[in-house]
Design a protein around this ligand. Structure first.
Ligand SMILES: Cc1cc2nc3c(=O)[nH]c(=O)nc-3n(C[C@H](O)[C@H](O)[C@H](O)COP(=O)(O)OP(=O)(O)OC[C@H]3O[C@@H](n4cnc5c(N)ncnc54)[C@H](O)[C@@H]3O)c2cc1C
Length: 504
């Protein structure tokens, strides 16, 4: 029988997507495969993308990356969630924390019992019942304690990382090259398609070198060199739902201890991020050019930095949306080449990771079964559309009317599945996670409550539990969490003890 296995893979692009793909493919596929990555220093990378979600820990585990080494090498810090400031109303502040809120009791999630007490004025805000949302604002952090009892909140702490995007790509490059990935510095100037079926046959480099492969991975950034410029796949534009189309990014000096959370502050024409690293703080203003000018955005951003700016602000333009196919013929697009959702919930790097996992699960042979390709595309579309809806939720659930941007957001028509999710929650606090969607009930509940979508009722089964028992449950969760947070070190202490990076 002829060997139909894919042996030659070419990755175009050496940003976060390209190097994550190279590292994972080299690790999982192992020897017997040729993996080549082409990148152009002259073109460079997008240079942002520094906040993550907890799923990255799994990626690191599969790659057998040592956490301490990884954090040191990338000037990393830890992230318990995202603090949202001024989103529902000016003056609001809530944390979307990773991990659990209380614990399920009987058949119901904790927030159903909490709702009954809260509506009666007998419970604190939902944030008091999650380790992450209490520890974050107090600047406390630790990884899970291996000696804590299994039921203790300290036994299973959900966290992610902040890191320097450039250092992360370098780290993965070293990892990949050590496992046989061949890197080629150069610019792709042409893409050759097979005459009979339009599959990609080879890419031509400026040097004249021709790189052939069976599978091409397009990690070339927004332009989508293969997926769009060569294969004309098409793009679904979501600007009407996510109107921000520009960002200004600027690093500044650290002031004070690093917070164990990303901050997102709503501004007149969008929102500002703040990502603390060991050696600097990353900042950016994501905004809608239809509502404010670049000059206004720059003034706002520069006026709201913690410390001295370390560079001039860098402007990035984007269109939120997704490629009509993520996998077209023998090309799989990952990262910015596959689509873009603004970084409000730090989901882009996660989407790269999940695209890589999906590709490994649905790995084709040289016949490129249509069934595999269609499954990949339908799963990827479902995943990004649900994340899109979660992002839209932040905008539409605002009571702000103080600028044309916020008036637009609060009045826009939203996708029906999102409208349905909000209706159900408003009715009686119910939520159902669909299939393999990324964000769990705790994320949706925290954002909906944080932005004043308050359920009118709670689940009727809550009334089957005596009020005293409910009060005992809710109070004990709060007290246990408060005691655990008290015992935690500060984020700065934890980093200093375990993973302080060498100065650059
Ligand atoms: C403002 C902003 C903030 C963001 N913040 C976050 C965040 O906090 N968290 C998160 O998860 N994600 C975030 N993202 C997304 C994140 O930055 C990207 O998902 C991630 O960096 C991956 O980018 P990439 O590798 O796809 O593209 P790029 O970094 O653009 O890399 C493209 C690569 O292709 C190469 N290339 C292009 N053309 C050619 C050619 N002709 N020949 C050879 N090589 C070529 C380039 O040289 C480069 O190496 C953010 C994005 C933006 C725009």
């Amino acid at each position: 029988m002829t060997d139909r296995h894919i042996r030659n893979i070419v990755i175009i692009g050496g940003g976060t997507a390209g190097w994550m793909a190279a590292a994972a493919l080299a690790k999982v596929l192992g020897p017997g495969h040729s993996i080549r990555l082409v990148e152009s220093e002259e073109i460079g990378t997008v240079g942002v993308g520094e906040a993550t979600v907890p799923h990255l820990k799994l990626f690191n585990q599969i790659l057998e990356i040592d956490e301490v080494e990884f954090v040191k090498q990338t000037q990393g810090t830890f992230k318990l969630g995202i603090e949202f400031v001024d989103w529902g109303r000016i003056g609001d502040r809530y944390v979307h924390g990773f991990g659990s809120i209380g614990h399920d009791y009987g058949l119901l999630p904790f927030h159903q019992y909490w709702l009954k007490l809260f509506r009666a004025g007998k419970a604190a805000d939902i944030g008091a019942y999650s380790l992450n949302t209490v520890a974050g604002p107090r600047g406390k952090f630790m990884t899970s304690a291996s000696d804590a009892p299994a039921h203790s909140p300290l036994a299973n702490i959900a966290y992610a990382y902040h890191f320097d995007a450039g250092l992360y790509a370098k780290y993965l490059r070293r990892y990949s090259e050590a496992r046989g990935v061949q890197r080629t510095e150069g610019r792709v100037v042409d893409v050759l398609l097979r005459a009979d079926d339009g599959f990609i046959e080879a890419v031509m480099l400026q040097s004249g070198e021709k790189l052939q492969a069976e599978l091409f991975i397009d990690c070339s950034g927004f332009r989508g060199l293969l997926i769009e410029e060569a294969l004309h796949t098409g793009y679904e534009d979501w600007t009407h739902w996510l109107p921000c189309d520009r960002a200004l990014a600027v690093p500044c000096e650290n002031v004070g201890a690093p917070t164990p959370f990303t901050r997102s502050t709503a501004r007149a024409g969008g929102w500002q991020w703040r990502i603390p690293l060991q050696h600097r703080t990353g900042n950016g203003y994501v905004y809608s050019s239809a509502h404010i000018s670049d000059e206004e955005a720059a003034l706002t951003l520069m006026g709201h930095l913690d410390g001295r700016a370390l560079a001039d602000p860098r402007k990035l333009k984007f269109t939120t949306g997704m490629r009509k196919k993520f996998w077209n013929k023998n090309c799989v697009a990952l990262g910015l080449a596959s689509g873009f959702l603004e970084p409000l919930e730090s989901t882009s790097i996660y989407l790269i990771q999940s695209g890589i996992a999906r590709l490994l699960n649905l790995m084709p042979d040289r016949d490129f079964s249509r069934v595999l390709i269609e499954r990949y595309n339908s799963q990827a579309a479902f995943e990004i559309e649900r994340i899109r809806d979660f992002l839209i939720l932040h905008y539409v659930a605002t009571e702000r009317r103080d600028s044309s941007f916020w008036r637009y957001c609060s009045d826009m028509t939203i996708p029906e599945p999102l409208a349905d999710t909000i209706r159900l929650f408003k009715d009686s606090g119910r939520f159902f996670r669909n299939a393999e969607e990324m964000f769990a009930i705790t994320s949706w509940v925290q954002v909906m409550l944080g932005q004043h979508i308050e359920p009118q009722h709670y689940h009727p089964a809550v009334d089957l539990v005596p009020d005293q028992e409910i009060a005992g449950l809710v109070d004990s969760v709060k007290n246990v969490i408060a005691a655990c947070v008290e015992a935690m070190p500060t984020h700065a202490q934890f980093i200093a003890r375990h993973c302080a990076a060498a100065p650059l």
